[in-house]
Design a binder for this molecule. Sequence first.
Ligand SMILES: C[S@@+](CC[C@H](N)C(=O)[O-])C[C@H]1O[C@@H](n2cnc3c(N)ncnc32)[C@H](O)[C@@H]1O
Length: 306
Amino acid sequence: MKFKKVIARFDADNIDLAEEVICHIFFSFNLKGVICEVPIPEPDEGFGTRTLKIPDQNSIIGYLPDTDDSDIMISKIRARLAGLSDMAVQVDVLSETVDEKDWAHAWKAYFNVTRITDKIIVKPEWKDYTPGPGEVIIRIDPGMAFGTGTHPTTCMCLALLEEHVRPGKTLLDVGCGSGILMIGAAKLGAGAMTGIDVDPVAVDITRQNLEKNGIALDRVTLGAVTLDKTPEIQYDLICTNIIAQVIVSIMPDIAARLAPDGTAILSGIIEERLPDIYAALDMQHLECVKKITREEWVALVVCRKK
Ligand SMILES: C[S@@+](CC[C@H](N)C(=O)[O-])C[C@H]1O[C@@H](n2cnc3c(N)ncnc32)[C@H](O)[C@@H]1O
């Protein structure tokens, strides 16, 4: 199958905010395999060969199936992105036709064995790593789904899961992507788990990655649905790593599924969006009890107000 590769090259005063807004527009047009390329080197954690290439400009890249309508769709994307000039974001949109096989694996060069915490290591399926004593190894092949563990928002979720998962605790992962957070939680001792994602490809990839990590699927429920379409079961832990705008919109559904003494881990938030998140928490009688940051990203630990 052929795809249209859509590249939004951009410049802005606030690169993180521009990245978030452009990604959101890409997702709203249902572009798949969205990746962000900004000229910031990932730290070399000392594992294996460093293969990360540093791009020379900021780009968001996504893919559309190549159909009769795809050029019209790209014109609409271009028009939406042109509207960002009001926010001092300059975007130049390019597109090219590619084969699925050309891009489905292209990102793999960017993905190395990554230490997330003293305990948690994320390992690409195709790289070797000999675990040290007590280390939790998450084996991942994200395919076309988000979640290699190299993104600050995923790292923070995993670190917070390590603090909050206790044996047998139930977990809901909203926007499971590659399944990386569910695998981490399961290996840290979580009990029954539910993972949902609006992208059915992500749900398939999550299932495959859970199996590759030897996690029994009989304690896992997966669905390509939005949270409001799931039963109001209460969970000990809820994690979600999605942009702030989505988290705000699903906050009532998160609150309805959080056990009375439960903990929610919210990530994917940039500093500028925190006031919106705090307002949404307040409306649901939830409060932030811990905030951590990496680069411009924030992750919150949230509980019910006492
Ligand atoms: C940033 S990725 C996070 C993936 C993984 N959980 C991680 O932490 O690396 C966000 C995921 O949320 C999904 N998503 C976006 N909006 C959603 C929504 N309203 N409900 C459920 N999933 C959503 C996307 O398809 C994507 O797979």
